[in-house]
Write a protein that binds this ligand. Structure first.
Ligand code: LMR
Length: 328
């Protein structure tokens, strides 16, 4: 090949973002929004990439784009349906345009810990939810854990009334909007990549997220402190398009989904520890963490629980009962 042609093809490969992939390999672009270090999703995505590229070399090539470097979560599912990206792992809060079933995961105080979330997802109900968007062109491949959400603001939050009148960033979820309104706060849906700037400049006063996200995006640096509310969860759906999955030869699909299942099991078992390490990193960096007394916690529960009634029809009373039975 001439030098001009070589330069051209290298340029085209770079522009496509495929520079690490060989000709003929099936390219899987995996777009996500978090950091990669000390983050359950970031670590899992990196491990998945390493294993696919080592074990499926010559057949499949995965490229991970972390930190919203390719798409925000409000763009990625449309991009997937267009075939511009093949894998994503948005939080379960971010499928509102496709299904209301996942709203159960956003209801405050629905799950007491990540093991309860895991058990619910492993149940027939949870497994059926993986297929709930097939009609819309999306296929869930598995659930990845992050962890319990904590609440932070530019003032100390000991009681829900401390949030009264404050603006809180939320993921684009009607349940989370209702939860913030129950606290008397003003919910502001916003992309993850914009939250640090919005907190820093006072566009919003507070936010809710897991320790790994509060650490990874440095939210604690621009907040008064973080209150350990454990009031909800952030968990992810690893998702692809029905079209992409159907385009794979059966043995390629099986090898890919087997690797994904193994990575899921390995990393989900570590998600709690990863969040605890992030929490410790916040403390080590001088961040303030407020622990609730039993009475204070009761006030948060009593303020937020009425939100369930608004969404019973979407999520089904039988599913709420099943989730509660797992907690017990
Ligand atoms: C958020 O938007 O706060 C989270 O869903 C980000 C993430 O992927 O953990």
């Amino acid at each position: 090949a001439s030098i001009a042609a070589l330069t051209l093809s290298a340029g085209a490969a770079m522009a496509d973002g495929h520079e690490g992939c060989d000709d003929g390999e099936i390219v899987v672009k995996f777009s996500h929004v978090t950091n990669t270090d000390r983050h359950p999703k970031g670590i899992a995505a990196t491990l998945l990439q390493e294993r696919v590229n080592a074990e499926m070399n010559g057949v499949m090539c995965m490229e991970v784009f972390p930190q919203s470097s390719l798409y925000n979560d409000d763009q990625v599912l449309e991009a997937m349906l267009q075939g511009d990206v093949q894998l994503a792992a948005p939080s379960l809060s971010k499928f509102e345009a496709f299904t209301r079933q996942f709203r159960i995961f956003d209801l405050p105080f629905m799950f007491t810990n990540i093991e309860a979330v895991d058990a619910f997802q492993a149940s027939d109900t949870g497994q059926a939810m993986l297929d709930s968007m097939q009609r819309r062109g999306l296929q869930g491949l598995g659930y990845w854990h992050n962890g319990m959400k904590q609440m932070s603001a530019n003032v100390p939050l000991a009681l829900p009334t401390d949030a009264d009148g404050l603006k809180f960033r939320v993921q684009a979820s009607d349940v989370l909007v209702a939860q913030m309104e129950a606290m008397g706060a003003s919910p502001q849906p916003m992309a993850f990549s914009e939250v640090y700037g919005a907190l820093q400049t006072g566009v919003v006063d507070g936010q809710e997220n897991t320790w790994s996200n509060i650490w990874g995006q440095k939210f604690f640096e621009v907040q008064d402190g973080v209150t350990e509310t454990n009031h909800g969860i952030i968990d992810y759906l690893v998702v692809t398009s029905v079209d992409f999955l159907d385009s794979l030869e059966p043995e390629v699909r099986d090898q890919f989904t087997t690797i994904l299942d193994e990575v899921t099991n390995t990393r989900n078992a570590e998600a709690f520890a990863v969040n605890e390490a992030a929490k410790q990193s916040i403390i080590d960096a001088g961040g303030t963490i407020l622990e609730l007394t039993d009475e204070q916690r009761t006030a948060w529960v009593e303020t937020m629980m009425p939100v369930w009634a608004q969404f019973v029809e979407d999520v089904g009373q039988e599913n709420i009962d099943a989730a509660q039975a797992i907690n017990d």
